[in-house]
Every structure is written in C-alpha cells, then in structure tokens.
Design a protein around this ligand. Structure first.
Ligand SMILES: [Zn+2]
Length: 676
C-alpha cells in the first residue's frame, strides 16, 4: 500500500508544503520545496534521502521560493547515493538552469524535467495537470535551449554558457498539479491451493506471481488465475496547487476523477490543496469544489492562514532557549512565534484536515548542560565597547546539520548599518526565526559579501535579496560583492523579477571593490585572495567604517596576506572547519583549524574573534568543551607546523600573552548574537 503523509508545512523558518508518497521500494515527494526543505526532512527523520526517487514541484516556479530547496536536495541526495528526478511546470528547468554557474563539489545528477504526459514507473502513474489562467505560447524553443544547458550540468568538464537566458514566457500563468495513480497491487498467491494442485515451492511460485503458467510433475497445468487472488486497486492521490484565485476556474474545468485514465472509476482517496492567500478554502465555492470528489476522500488543506506560528527546527530553537543568558556578551534573540495552531472549520460532509507535518522535539538538555559547564576563553568582560553586533545566523560548513545551518553572519554597527558575510541556503529563514516580523536587522543590510562559489556560501542569496527587497525602502539599493558568476545568477532572476536588476548593485569581488566603498557606506574595503581551492577562486575581505575594522576569512588556510591587511581588526570572523587533531584534513581541503584561526587572530591582534564554519562532523558542544584546551595550546605557541611553515611552534612573546588576556573569543552558534 502507498502511504501518504505531510512531511513539511509552512512555519517561520520554512516556506514549504511537502506531501510524501511512500511505497515498499521507493519514495516520492510532491509540493513546494523552499530553502531548508532537505535539512528539515532529514532532520525530522521523516524522509530517507537515499530512497527518494522523484521530486515533483507544484505551482508556477516563477520565484525562488518553491524551488529554493531543490538544489540542496540534489546535492545531499547525490552524497547519499540517490539521484532523484525533479519534475515540475515548464519553468522548473529554467529555474534550475539558473544554477549553471554554481560549483557543485561532487558530481550531481541534474535530471530536471518538464512534466508532460503520463510519468510511469514500477509504483505508479503520475499524470501532470497544468492549469493555465490564459491561452499562452507553447514556449517550445526556449524549452529546447534550457534542455541543452541542463543536459551538460553536473558532467565533468562542463562549462557554463555566457549568454543570457530567456525564461519560458507566460510561465507565471501556469500552475503544475499532479494526479497520482498507484498501480494496483498484484493479487496474493494462495499457497495452500497451489500446493494442493502440486506446485512445488520456490521458483514455480515466482513464475505464477509473474503471471506465467506452471506445469506440475504430474503434467497438470496450473494457470495464475487458479491460485492468484484479484489485484487490489489503490486509492488515487491528487495534489492541487492554486497560487492565486485566477487558477480556480481552470481547476474546476479539470475532471480530476478520471484525469488521464479514460473515464475509469473514481478512486481519489486524498487531495492536497496548496492554496494562495486570496483563496478561502471554506468559502461556498471552494467547498463545492471539494464536494466534486468522492465523499470518503480526505482533503488536506495547505493555506497561509492555517500554517503554524511556530518553528519547524525545534531542536535548534530549544538549544538556543536553553543557552539564553549563559554568557554575558552573547544574546539569543528568539522569535519562535506564539505556538498558535489555528483550528479549521469542519464543514459537514467533507473530510478536511490541516496540512501539518509531524514535529520532532528531541531532548537537548544534556547538550545545554555540557555547554554551560564548558569554559569560554576570553569571555570575562561584558562591556560592549564598540556597539557592534556579530549575528551568527548559520555557523556550519558543507551541508546543514541539526544544530548548525550553513554559513551566514551579519555584522551590524550601532547606527544600523550592516554587512552580510556569505549567505548559505536558509540564511533568510534563520533570520526570521531570530527576529520574526521585526525586520530591522534585515533592512539594515547594505552589503552582501559572497566569498566564493561553493554552495554552502551562496545558495541562500536569492531568498535573502527577495526578503530584503520586500522589507526595505524602494529607493534603497543592496550591494552584492561576489564572483562574476553571481552576477549571471542575479541577471537570470531579473528576468522573473525586475527588482533584481533595479535594486541590486553587483560588485566583482576580483575587481576594485574599493572604488565602490563610499557608495556602500564604507570608509574602505579590500578583498584578499584566499588559500582554499584550486578550481575555485575564493576571497577574504576587510571592511573599515567609522574606526571599526571587520575582517572575514571566507574559506581559507591561514593566510599571511590576510593577516597583514587586517591588522588590529575590531572583529575577525574566521572559519574554523576542523579541530586541531584533524589538521591534515584542514590542509587537504583548504580550511583552517580552530587553533589556526585563533593564531591568525593573535597575529592580527584582533580585539574580538568569532569562530564559524564548523564541520558537521563535530557535535555542537564539542568546540565549547575543547576551547579551553585549544586556548592553552595557542597561548603557549604549541600548535603544529602546517605545510607552508607559517604557524610554527614558536615562543610566545610578552605581547602575545597580553593579547591572550585581552581578546574576546566566541565559538559561533546558530542564532547567537555576539556583542562587542
Ligand atoms: Zn564552505
């Protein structure tokens, strides 16, 4: 039997509605896949990544929102040995092709298809139903071009084309819906009857199950219908996505009960309705639509008014609550919402329920206790000397984990000017779970710095920019400093949303960013080539403003050049991917250890050091546990030599010792604000 369950619903930290359809040997996901969907589905343990065979995106795919989580899904899926096929409306291929400039670190199968005609596999037939608000062009030529781009993606030696790409015209007027028809289950073999007729156990049983006749030793021919019961029909599942009222008329014109089945018996058992805010699911009209399905059918309603005023990533939120008030210079702003769960009206003779995923609460008390016991080196002073906040939205590296999302840090000055340093998938939603509807911090961001093209540093850019544009004044501009390929990505999306062109100012990270410093509200800015990855240029950055110097490493080995440019930094935000015992990995992968990051801070004479970009291989509390030891090693100058011989075991000077006593160090935690 196919089992059907809602596995993601919309909350403050997740803009997704996902229905999971599970069979004995495969799993398929239907709905809208916002950023963080992969993290949530895996974190909650509701979906086994390696089993997911298909991702079916509903709706029009004309904003990043319903597809923002798909790339993360493909990357994580590839790592888990799965290569789900992505199906969606005619713009889904365009949306995914805009990622052509993204450097994926492992080969990622990029099988994205415009859902047309019946999709048949060993479990089911899926019938795509594309609703249109108006008669539109075919868009066939553009589909071909996009197909050529997609076909090459993920293959070795593939390079991205330079030319601009036209989105599929009129795609906003089409919304993709699906009718899922699980295959009938084959009837059961009546073992007793087969044996009575003389069929030997083993291979002959298998033959009968496959529909083949078997001749017994006595020469008697046993045909399958003599021993196999009737096939069991399974209920159909319908996923209707109506982003606006404009699509409702078209939905009424579809014969959902027979879609593609040539007038078969009506067997719809479940309908998921993903609805835009201007549709009233309990208005007479919509109830009438629900009544056009069989009376026994269950209707699952996904509607913004019936979402949760809550967070989905509850374990991470509970950890933050547990740690609040622990360290004098660290705050944990929390906007988990009221927890209010709206109730739905229950109209007579229609079975309706809210689209709600199971929520995993999990116990984090032990982790809190360990972190409370851990000493925080350099945490003695509680005074805020500079009026600067370092807002750690995500502090992980590579891929998101339960307690650490991929990297994103805002440095905010007390006159309300901020810079966002890298923007991994889900950065915008992390900010929402910290500040809720209070958009002051979001609005204060004037500059976004993207250090390099690895997905954990930039996949959240589009939703961040989108959210920023909605929150800020229409005459404000946002500066995005990044590799040239970021420009191409923003350019592609400006074809969907004009504002990406009108309000976003791109600055090439490899060019003279300094020339634009004044416009960005800065006194100076320098980018420094990082020591990270042979295939991909990466950069560190040093910003100065009103006597405050902010240095951010991006991904890098300890870098003497960076140290020189960032001397006496007010705050150094440095990657610390590995613990010191994994120095060999740090060298191999072009990253720094915690001890190395602290040494860089020492050489710079940074007043404050924030460590971030921690590998998901470490438990969230482990760096806090070990910081005192690492600190001892650093302050005695005992760290091992690295391959460049840059950080030798060396005598510690009196000045070094003074710095150790003066500096404040914070091991970044998601959702924490370090006040300096
Ligand atoms: Zn990284």
């Amino acid at each position: 039997m196919a089992s059907v369950a809602v596995v993601a619903h919309e909350t403050r930290d997740l803009e997704s509605w996902v229905l999971d359809v599970k069979f004995g040997g495969g799993e398929f996901l239907f709905g809208r896949f916002g950023e963080g969907a992969q993290r949530v589905l895996v974190d909650q343990g509701l979906v086994k990544l390696g089993r997911v065979r298909g991702v079916f995106v509903t709706g029009p795919c004309t904003s990043w929102t319903p597809v923002g989580g798909v790339a993360g899904f493909l990357i994580a899926g590839a790592a888990a040995g799965a290569g789900p096929i992505v199906y969606g409306g005619r713009n889904v291929r365009w949306a995914m092709a805009t990622l052509r400039g993204v450097e994926f670190r492992q080969e990622v199968g990029f099988d994205v298809r415009y859902a047309q005609g019946e999709i048949v596999n060993e479990f089911m037939t899926v019938v795509p139903v594309e609703l249109a608000t108006a008669t539109t062009d075919s868009g066939a030529d553009e589909e071909d071009d996009i197909g050529r781009i997609l076909d090459g993606m993920g293959s070795p030696g593939w390079s991205w084309p330079n030319q601009g790409m036209l989105r599929v015209p009129d795609s906003e007027r089409r919304s993709m819906c699906f009718v899922i028809r699980p295959h009938a289950r084959p009837g059961r073999l009546n073992v007793a009857e087969a044996e009575r007729l003389g069929v030997p156990r083993g291979a002959a049983f298998g033959q009968l199950r496959k529909g083949m006749a078997v001749t017994t030793l006595s020469g008697f021919v046993v045909r399958p219908e003599m021993v196999i019961g009737p096939a069991e029909e399974q209920d159909w599942i319908v996923v209707v996505d109506l982003p606006t009222r404009g699509f409702f008329r078209a939905a009424l014109d579809v014969d959902w009960a027979t879609a593609g089945a040539g007038g078969g018996r009506n067997r719809v058992g479940t309908v998921m309705h993903i609805l835009g805010p201007d549709i009233d699911p309990f208005g007479a009209e919509y109830i009438g639509f629900m009544k056009s399905f069989p009376r026994t059918c269950k209707h699952i309603v996904a509607h913004p008014s019936y979402g949760s005023d809550n967070v989905t990533l509850t374990r991470s939120a509970r950890l933050r609550t547990g740690l609040a008030g622990l360290w004098p210079t660290v705050r944990f702003p929390m906007a988990v919402g009221s927890g209010h769960e709206p109730t739905m009206p229950s109209p007579g003779d229609v079975i309706v329920e809210r689209a709600m995923a199971e929520c995993v609460v999990g116990d984090v008390d032990e982790i809190c206790r360990r972190m409370q016991a851990a000493s925080m080196a350099g945490q003695s002073s509680s005074s805020s000397a500079y009026g600067v906040e370092c807002i750690c939205i995500g502090t992980g590296s590579g891929s998101p984990s339960v307690f650490r999302n991929v990297v994103g840090t805002i440095v905010r000055m007390d006159d309300g000017w901020s810079v966002l340093l890298d923007c991994g998938e889900g950065t915008y939603y992390g900010l929402r779970s910290m500040y809720g509807d209070d958009e002051d911090v979001l609005r204060s961001v004037k500059v976004v710095f993207i250090s390099h093209m690895h997905a954990d540093h930039h996949l959240g850019l589009l939703s961040f920019v989108d959210g920023w544009m909605r929150a800020s004044n229409t005459d404000d501009d946002l500066y995005v400093i990044g590799p040239e390929r970021i420009r191409a990505w923003l350019h592609d999306w400006s074809q969907m949303q004009d504002e990406f062109r009108d309000r976003v100012r791109f600055v090439d990270v490899a060019g003279a960013a300094g020339a634009a410093a004044g416009n960005m509200g800065l006194d100076g800015i320098e980018t420094v080539g990082a020591i990270h990855c042979a295939q991909e240029e990466a950069y560190s950055v040093v910003l100065s403003r009103r006597g405050i110097k902010v240095a951010y490493s991006g991904d890098t080995r300890p870098n003497h050049d960076f140290v020189c440019r960032a001397r006496n930094a007010t705050v150094l935000v440095h990657e610390s991917t590995f613990e010191d015992r994994h120095l060999a990995d740090a060298i191999k992968k072009g990253h720094s250890t915690v001890g190395e990051a602290l040494l860089v801070g020492m050489q710079m004479r940074a007043s404050n050091v924030v460590l971030t970009h921690v590998s998901p291989r470490y438990a969230v509390e482990s760096l806090h546990d070990k910081l005192a030891d690492i600190w001892g090693i650093v302050s005695r100058g005992l760290l091992d030599e690295d391959e460049d011989g840059m950080f030798l075991c060396r005598p510690v000077t009196a000045e070094d010792r003074q710095w150790c006593e003066r500096v404040k160090v914070f091991v970044g935690l998601d959702g924490a604000v370090f006040v300096i």
